[in-house]
Design a binder for this molecule. Sequence first.
Ligand code: GLN
Length: 485
Amino acid sequence: MIRASLKELSTALATRKISAVELAGEFLDRIEKRNPTLNAFITVDRDRTLAGARLADQRRAKGETGPLLGVPLAHKDIFCTGEWLTTCGSKMLSNFVSPYDAHVVERFKTAGTVMLGKLNMDEFAMGSSNETSYFGPVKNPWDPRRVPGGSSGGSAAAVAARLTPAATGTDTGGSIRQPAALCGLTGLKPTYGVVSRYGMIAFASSLDQAGPMAKSAEDCALMLSAMAGFDERDSTSLRRETEDYARDLAKPLAGLRIGLPKEFFGEGMDADVRAAVEAALDEYRRLGAATVEVSLPNSGLSVAAYYVIAPAEASSNLSRFDGVRYGHRAAEYADLVDMYCKSRAQGFGEEVKRRILIGTYVLSHGYYDAYYVKAQKIRRLIATDFEEAFKVCDVIMGPTTPSVAFRFGEKSADPVQMYLSDIYTIAVNLAGLPGMSIPCGFGNDGMPVGLQVIGPWFAEAKMLNVAHQYQQVTDWHARMPGDAA
Ligand code: GLN
């Protein structure tokens, strides 16, 4: 069943072809075999997973139904899970068991999914390669010498290697879309406020958003329908009608207007990525879509603005990790201040410390106006650019990343090089827009390439339709590592 879609799994469970216990067992066996090399999971607990699967089988025996009842799933280790360890990829939380479930985890529990484990990630979701995880890097299943992307690299590698049918991820600057692109998956970052952030460990609160990472747009639609919805425990959660995100999947694309930002198609994109993206655009034209050039004149400022705003918010959010209430506490210290200092010095890795320093600096008296306020103004301009562009198109398309997956160590010595790998994704977070990555072919050395689809606020159903129709006429999304080329 490892290649099956969520819908196929759902049908197999509903018709009793397989039980939730058998299905979970199949994936657990695969995890046991493959995870020691891939390092996609931080926590696996066979007994706990099987207990969850038994519960799903019991619910079904009592007459309950539901599209996700008994379907196995794994969560990025940024989501608080009662009973399971929640590390956020950090030594700081390496001993942390949350007293409650995140909203997203709760939603999936209600839907009856079976948790296979907690997925590796860059420390506190800061990174683009999974090299900042305290638990070691995750390998890209397409080539273990290469990174899976980040920060949701564990989620991406696990789905790509078919260790789980689907996974949750979070995206602050690209962390769902970039790893989805580098591992050949479909991933969706929803409009800011659509999915509750309650119980999702905060990195940059005005940018963070959870979303699905799966094999296809259809699977993402099913997952997003379970994840989304108002939650009063998150003050930025939007009060909106619940949606069936699969409702428009079958709609034909004739007449679709695709905007191509000239800034995304200039220099900076590798030739192999460009070739795959251009071929995908041709496919869309064959499906009846028309392309039109648009401009996002301020998008070149997005990485700079992001690396002021995100660290500023992170420096504030991470002040809660002080060794007092939970998390790592230094074994020896002279007094209270020394305890704070030593616990934080020992608990945080290098990249996290760098962000806290940058954030504290840009928020400090005398620099606040020059950096933080200016970055917020740029953020507004970027959002306005998108609003203008969407006057002449329904969705925007371009590359998700400038290159295919890079090798370990290639960018980790130079933070700015690493930051640039999110050059096409970050503007979307700054504007609060929904963004997707879908597999659109293979580039150099047979590595997957992702096509980015960006929509206006709340256009998730439309974007999923756009992605699904492409996946009806292509099979890039169905390929898995190890398949014959
Ligand atoms: N790579 C970006 C960063 O390090 C984005 C991370 C994310 O989206 N969580 O900040």
